[in-house]
Each structure stands twice: as C-alpha cells, then as structure tokens.
Design a binder for this molecule. Sequence first.
Ligand SMILES: NC(=O)c1ccc[n+]([C@@H]2O[C@H](COP(=O)([O-])OP(=O)(O)OC[C@H]3O[C@@H](n4cnc5c(N)ncnc54)[C@H](O)[C@@H]3O)[C@@H](O)[C@H]2O)c1
Length: 273
Amino acid sequence: MLWKNNVCLVTGGASGLGAATVIKFIELGAKVIACDLPSSITTNSKQIQQQLINNNNNNKNINIDQQLLFAPVDVTSVDDVSNALNKVKEEFGKLNIVVNCAGIGVAYKTYNFNKQQAHSLQDFTRVLHVNTIGTFNVIRLACELLGANQPDANNNHERGCIINTSSVAAYDGQCGQVAYAASKGAINSMTLPLARDLSTQGIRVNTIAPGLFNTPLLSSLPDKVKAFLSKSVPFPQRLGEPSEYAQLVCNIIENPMINGEVIRIDGALRMQP
Ligand SMILES: NC(=O)c1ccc[n+]([C@@H]2O[C@H](COP(=O)([O-])OP(=O)(O)OC[C@H]3O[C@@H](n4cnc5c(N)ncnc54)[C@H](O)[C@@H]3O)[C@@H](O)[C@H]2O)c1
C-alpha cells in the first residue's frame, strides 16, 4: 500500500473520529480533503494543524500545506458535496478513499408520557437525513471519481475504498436512541448492497460500528459520567481513543478481502437499555 499515492476524502473531518482519521492519513503521506460544516472547520482546523505539527516535529515527510485541504460541506447538500469533489479533482487529480464520519444524534423517547408528547418527526427526520442520506449522498457522488481510477495492478485491480461509520446503537440502541439507532442501522444495511453494486469497478465498501469513543461528544461529560461509561466496557475498560478508530480505518483499507462488512470496535461493550 503506497499511502503517498492515495487521495482521501473524510466527512466530519474536523472533529473526533474524522479528525483522527485525517491526522493518521496525513502522517502516512496521503493527501486529504477534510469535509465538515463551516462552523466545525472554523473551530477545529487550527488545532488539527497544530496537532500534526506537534506529532511530527522532526518528520520532514509530511507537508501539511500540500497534503491537507479543508472544505465546507453539509453532507446532505448535493451542491456542497459536488463542489468538494470538484476541488479534489482540481487540487489532487483523483480520489481513492472515502471515509464517512459526519453524524449527529438526538436523545428523545418515542413518547414522553410525563409531558404527553410524541417524538418530534422533525428530529427523527433530521437525524436520518444527516446520518443515512448524507452518507449515501457522499457515496453516490464520489463513485464517478473513484470509478475513473486506473485499477491498481499491485492491489487486486482495486479502484477505491469506502468506509462508513455507524454505531453499536444500530444493534443495542438504548432508550431515547430510536432515531439515532434507525439511522445507523440503515448504514449497516446499506453496506452489503453498496459493496455489491460497486464490486464491478473494484470499489470496496465497509462500515465501522464504534462503541464509546473519547471524542468532543463525550469528553465534555463530567469525569464521573465518563468513569461510569468506561466501566460498562468489558475490556479494555475505558473509552476508545479516536486514533484506534483511525487505525481500524487503515486496517480495512490495507486488507483487500474485507468487503461488504460491518465491524464493531467496542471492547465487547453491549449497551444496556
Ligand atoms: N464518539 C463515539 O463514541 C461514537 C460512537 C459511535 C458512533 N459514532 C459516530 O462516529 C461519527 C463521528 O462522531 P464523533 O464522536 O467524532 O462526533 P463529533 O461531533 O466529534 O464529529 C462529528 C462531525 O460531523 C460533523 N457534521 C455534523 N453534521 C454534518 C453535516 N450535515 N455535514 C457535514 N458534517 C457534519 C460535525 O460538524 C462534526 O465535526 C458520527 O457519525 C457518530 O455518530 C461516534
């Protein structure tokens, strides 16, 4: 695997699991377009660049200016995703890898019996719109560039690799996770038909289902809550590190037989109701 030849697009790339993936890709020598909402890019892009500098003080092999682009993208927007893909083509000439990390969650029960209030349909729709339809929107539009690659003669004639992010909530969704679990279950279910659809062009599709990871989402919780959550993980008894998610992304990319699969990364966690 010649990472320096790879061009990678990462959605949700300015925060959490996506940002860790961006950093890993850059350190391996790949070129990366990190797509995220403008607000997230504004808040986090400097920090990501600083982390790359800190991690690689003496590493002359990385060149942040030449390897990393940030693109303002709402994954649900056809125009935003198309513009980002045009930018990839313009700046880097091709695209090899797509990692879908952009995602949101809400926590509401189906019916709040105290307030006699049903789950808002708007919230349910919004979560499915970003997580499921956003993921599909990026994949369907990225196919043109992935399919235009020369098959890699050194790598089973592969043209590209797509990795999505669902969640263990797709299997053990908790109370209040009905919208989130539905959106992630749909990503799991899309994985095999996507892999089958794109197999003729040598494009693989896999999904990672993370357990509890130490991203901005969770790191803002009080230490007591984090300790409680960590204890629910059988082994290792802690939250996952975003770099461990990024490591699995790379493992999947490097192993050509992993295709059409959903892989849990959760320390054997099974969420309780
Ligand atoms: N952290 C965990 O424990 C965990 C567990 C299971 C699954 N996940 C999933 O992993 C993915 C990454 O989560 P994270 O913990 O890194 O969260 P995060 O909030 O740190 O990062 C998510 C990123 O997605 C971006 N985003 C949201 N809506 C978007 C949109 N419409 N278009 C483009 N970008 C958008 C956000 O701006 C943010 O930068 C999500 O899909 C999440 O559901 C996370």
